[in-house]
Design a protein around this ligand. Sequence first.
Ligand code: UDP
Length: 243
Amino acid sequence: MPTPKYSRVVLKLSGEALAGEQGYGIDPEVIHNIAVQVKDVVALGVQVAVVVGGGNIWRGISGSARGMDRATADYMGMLATVLNALALQDALEKLEVHTRVQTSVEMRQVAEPYIRRRAIRHLEKNRVVIFAGGTGNPYFSTDTTAALRAAEIEADVILMAKNGVDGVYSADPSKDPHAVKYDHLEFFDVLSQGLGVMDSTATSLCMDNQIPLIVFSIGDATNIRKAVLGEPIGTMVGGKSRD
Ligand code: UDP
């Protein structure tokens, strides 16, 4: 059996990654395929925590652009992440992977509240922990949640699964034919060049706490495995250069 490079990872799944082709809502087949990949890396002995987004259902900023109170719209976004978390939990449990969902907004009937030490204990027992509800605060993102939880549980790396793009480019590759893909970047480059990897709050948190990030496409079903084995996929931000 191959030896993983990382022993504890945070997998960030954006809402879009769960929506598949349709671009909105939850696609059970897409979630099943992701669950198969997660099961595969759990079998390698890797401790996996997942942070799920909610953009496939609701984004606070869009609601606020249409006149809603921003904080209220953000709470709706946080609730959307819980829907995704439950769908992922269902898919994983169907594959006999043990899971726990922890929410930062309490919802005792459906999930545990977020308790850091308890999350770590679950991971040590090889349960997949799915973090839902974002940070529990409006004006933040689930990317920031991934950075925060990764710091709290002392994860080795954040695996940032993207939908439709296989790494970080100098410009939008769908618009600029001269866009080049980076193999490695520093967080400072992401901030100074305004690269669309994650928002600046999340980027700063990763930078200040030296949490490396691997940005890759969820479209390739072997990518999560390759990432935990340390094979060069997508773009690495922070950490050591691959050269
Ligand atoms: N959100 C929030 N605080 C958080 C995390 C998320 O208010 O700590 C809200 C915010 O409105 C956001 C929505 O939840 O737009 C969905 O999260 P996000 O946009 O990060 O999801 P993704 O882009 O990963 O699908």
